[in-house]
Design a binder for this molecule. Structure first.
Ligand code: NAD
Length: 489
């Protein structure tokens, strides 16, 4: 049975309760994990608070060595970690191996960025003054992570947070805690209490973590609905929050796009991880003049996608995370078709497979008020619409409450730059959807959240600025009391 990781010790929950983690492909139980509650949260936050007193003083270069060692340990154990990630999430093994490497690379990146600078020297306003800023850690950070990229989204928080001198309590999603706990063995390399992991549900563990008086900041990735609740709770104590939330991202295929590239690119951007990606291309807009050919090829390509056992290295798309998620997607497809969408392929559970599988699905004639364009669909559903002009495409892309990412296919620099300038999105991909770069900040506009992960901004998200003013000559100032000595102009 899996255990919690608190103060560098592996332990049971004080509740003694556990819940099973289910393999979404076979529906078999993989393991039992502790179901913590507020008492375990308190233990973990206390360990983190205690550890932070010393951790924040550790020189940057020493922290850098430790973060590189963590990266190395993750790489050494990559196969075992990736296998667990696939077993619990249904992510194809090939993607899990990629993920584990990205996680290690993220620790390497923040090992270096974390020791690069802690602030700036500023021009003073008078002689013999020195002004500078130093950036300080917040203290204890709660890192709350969703099921779809358990390790990657954990590393985007933990690596910069600890590089900045914070200590953390991680809460993985209840569906996918095992790979996180397995990866936590790499955190044994750190001083006691710098990283802690508690497991359980949002209500029993996430909520008390957000409310805990000794948690100074909350780094949350998940749905917009839960994010809004966290923001409300954080307001009570003016806790700092970084919110990475949901989205219904657009992908525009302009008239001049090379369909040899745009078709498989759009399919990957929509079906990757069975469509359970925050930045999945959930609204596809194709120029009317090429739409017939695009859709014909898109359906053909969709038929070639291999759906099945994610442990099989040849599988492209695995199962959805849960029966609940599968039912939700079924309902959303039903509503989308009722609202006028035309089903060209899929639209049902994958036949002959035991797990929570849904066929990659193509639906066209999706209009702007169709629920498929207005509710986030976390499943392999390609919803396609057409447009006549560049203006219309940009307007449709912006017709959303969200603004996490946007992708386009075009060979025209003018079109690409105009769309980039006018479309509201935290990431904008031209001819290469959904690519990340550790040095490139990632995050949302509008109701997709605020704050950034990755890049220098992703480090600054975990530190606050102190302005230091120093006068190296101790002298009485002419502008102090009494004012009677000063003349009124
Ligand atoms: P979710 O909001 O249901 O859960 C996310 C995490 O929050 C889980 O660990 C959950 O246990 C916890 N949680 C739930 N209720 C809580 C509460 N009241 N207090 C504290 N914690 C609570 O999201 P999910 O279903 O796991 O993930 C899918 C969602 O995440 C989608 O909307 C997707 O777009 C979004 N997402 C966003 C990004 C991004 O970077 N913007 C990345 C991945 C996923």
């Amino acid at each position: 049975m899996a255990q919690l990781f608190i103060g560098n010790e592996w332990c049971e929950s004080l509740t003694r309760r556990t819940h099973p983690v289910i393999n979404p492909s076979t529906l078999e139980k993989i393991d039992q994990v502790p179901e913590s509650d507020s008492k375990d949260v308190d233990r973990a936050v206390t360990a983190a608070k205690q550890a932070q007193k010393e951790w924040k003083k550790i020189p940057g270069v020493e922290k850098a060595h430790l973060l590189h060692e963590i990266a190395q340990k993750i790489r050494n154990d990559n196969k075992e970690i990736a296998k667990l990630l696939t077993l619990e999430s249904g992510k194809p093994l090939i993607e899990s191996l990629d993920c584990v490497e990205w996680v290690a690379a993220c620790f390497d990146y923040y090992a270096e960025i974390g020791r690069h600078e802690r602030g700036f020297s500023l021009p003073p306003v008078a002689p013999h003054q020195v002004n500078f800023t130093i950036k300080e850690p917040y203290g204890v950070v709660a890192c709350i992570v969703p099921f779809n990229f358990p390790l990657l989204l954990m590393s985007w928080k933990v690596a910069p947070a600890i590089a900045a001198g914070n200590t953390v309590v991680v809460k993985p999603a209840e569906q996918t805690p095992l790979s996180t706990l397995r990866m936590a063995r790499a955190f044994e390399l750190l001083p006691v209490g710098v990283v802690n992991v508690v497991t359980g549900t949002g209500e029993e563990v996430g909520d008390p973590l957000v409310r805990h008086p000794d948690v100074d900041m909350i780094a949350f990735t998940g749905s917009t609905e839960v994010g809004k609740g966290i923001m409300r709770l954080a307001a009570d104590r003016v806790k700092k929050v970084n919110l990475e939330l949901g989205s219904i991202d657009p992908l525009i295929v302009f008239e001049d796009a090379d369909l040899e590239v745009a078709v498989p690119g759009a399919a990957w951007a929509r079906y990757l991880n069975a469509g359970q990606v925050c930045t999945s291309s959930k609204r596809i807009y194709v120029a009317e003049s090429i739409a017939g050919e695009f859709v014909r090829r898109f359906v053909e390509h969709t038929k070639t996608i291999r759906v099945g056992d994610p442990m099989n290295p040849e599988t492209d798309v695995g199962p959805l995370i849960s029966e609940e998620q599968l039912r939700k997607v079924e309902k959303q497809v039903e509503k989308g078709l009722k609202a006028g969408g035309e089903l060209l392929y899929g639209g049902k559970r994958a036949p002959g497979l035991k797990g929570w599988y849904y066929l990659p699905t193509v639906i066209t004639k999706v209009k702007r008020d169709n629920p498929l364009f207005n509710e986030e669909v976390f499943g392999p559903i390609a919803a396609i619409s057409t447009f006549k002009t560049e203006d219309e495409a940009i307007e449709e892309a912006n017709n959303s409450l969200y603004g996490l990412g946007a992708s386009i296919y075009t060979g025209s620099l003018k079109t690409a730059m105009r769309a980039m300038e006018e479309i509201k999105a935290g990431s904008f991909w031209i001819n290469d959807p959904l690519s990340d770069n550790d040095a490139g900040p990632f995050g949302g506009m509008r109701q997709s959240g605020f704050g950034r992960e990755l890049g220098l901004e992703g480090l600054d998200a975990f530190r606050e600025t102190k302005h230091v003013h120093l006068d190296y000559v101790m002298e009485r100032k002419s502008y102090w009391f009494p004012y009677k000595n000063r003349s009124v102009p």
